[in-house]
Design a protein around this ligand. Structure first.
Ligand SMILES: *Cc1c(COP(=O)(O)O)cnc(C)c1O
Length: 361
């Protein structure tokens, strides 16, 4: 889990660090920079930017939706999506651990006048179906109007189990709720599960897709959905300050990423699996959890301080985000060779710590 209060100070040469804090830390590649530099541009608030229009059409097509809309961030894309479905006094059902609820500053409530109804996520990231059903409010003067169910895939690196979203959809449809997916890492879910992006997105009315996570762009998300939803979101995007002008310069990075950086997500997943396997060898099976995509979690280990480990690694130009547990994220700027370097460094730390403990005893 991210610690939003205490970001790590960066070493002077952070550009060359092995950075496992998140998949948001990637730098645009030379090919991506070249695509950005040569993109045809126009004023996107007028709908005139050909590169933005192409990206939106490509993302919508891949997701099997009618239309797409480019956003500066996933936070804004999710929020505009929620606002397209819900009005003042409406409510959305969402996971306690969901990004839209927990890590987006409460924007749905603050800016959208939408009441969140959080539900505790099960360990596999799902919202238990009976809890969803129980949370849907009756219609009446006493109640907020339940309007939307929002899921996240992947969630904490886990792909939602096969068939789950269809069962959740059936509940949403029966109650007349709209259905939104925070698909910040939906491409990871697709690659890991062997489904197409369209299959992952099929049950949902709107999906927010991040280009700046595993796909490696500096900026950008695309909201996809049916045309009326996207047209409503376009108005909210303007209200939220996300109407940008010659922004094809950024959309070009997204088009490049869609062409070059999706299939290779499998490398991030195999690097994460390798990391998990090696760390299990060092720490024992109970300590390490591999999510199936590009994240590895290390549980608290008696006598092991993740703060001390983080400082030890940082001195070796390896960046991790350690709180009560440790989340390690692989991405296109981390190679298999570097994963082995990280394992070696963690092994050194554990050996040092073991020596310190035995000499103290
Ligand atoms: C990163 C992320 C977002 C959007 O974040 P931005 O930093 O605003 O682009 C949304 N949902 C999830 C699950 C994310 O990981």
């Amino acid at each position: 889990m991210k610690d939003p209060i205490m970001p790590h100070p960066l070493p002077a040469n952070s550009a060359n660090a092995i950075d496992l804090r998140s998949d948001t830390v990637t730098r645009p590649s030379p090919g991506m920079m070249a695509a950005m530099a040569s993109a045809p541009l126009g004023d996107d608030v007028f709908g005139d930017d050909p590169t933005v229009n192409a990206l939106q059409a490509e993302a919508a097509e891949m997701a099997g939706k009618e239309a797409g809309l480019f956003f500066p961030s996933g936070t804004q894309s999710n929020l505009a999506g929620l606002m397209a479905h819900c009005g003042r006094g409406d409510e959305y059902i969402v996971g306690q651990q969901a990004h839209t609820y927990r890590y987006e500053g409460g924007g749905a409530a603050v800016l959208g006048s939408i009441q969140p109804q959080p539900i505790e996520n099960a360990p596999d990231g799902t919202l238990p179906l009976e809890k969803i059903e129980a949370a849907i409010k009756p219609i009446g003067v006493n109640f907020a109007r339940t309007r939307l169910l929002a899921l996240e895939n992947t969630i904490a690196g886990q792909v939602l189990p096969a068939g789950y979203t269809q069962r959740a959809e059936a509940i949403a449809r029966k109650a007349g709720l709209a259905f939104h997916l925070d698909g910040a890492r939906a491409w990871n879910a697709a690659v890991a599960s062997g489904q197409t992006l369209a299959e992952i997105c099929q049950p949902f009315d709107s999906v927010s897709l991040c280009l700046s996570k595993g796909l490696g762009t500096p900026v950008g998300s695309v909201l996809v959905g049916a045309r009326p939803v996207i047209e409503s979101a376009r108005r909210w995007r303007k209200v939220l300050g996300g109407g940008m002008r010659q922004v094809g310069v950024l959309a070009a990075a997204g088009r490049y990423a869609i062409q070059h950086n999706i299939a290779r997500l499998a490398e991030d997943h195999s690097n994460a699996a390798l990391l998990a396997k090696s760390l299990t060898g060092l720490l024992g099976a109970g300590a390490v959890r591999y999510t199936g995509t590009n994240m590895v979690f290390v549980n608290p280990v008696p006598g092991l301080s993740f703060q001390d480990l983080g400082a030890f690694l940082q001195a070796r130009n390896i960046l991790v985000e350690g709180g009560s547990g440790l989340r390690l994220v692989t991405h296109l700027d981390v190679s298999t060779y570097q994963i082995n370097q990280v394992v070696e460094a963690i092994g050194m730390f554990l050996a040092d710590a073991g020596r310190a403990a035995s000499s103290a005893a």
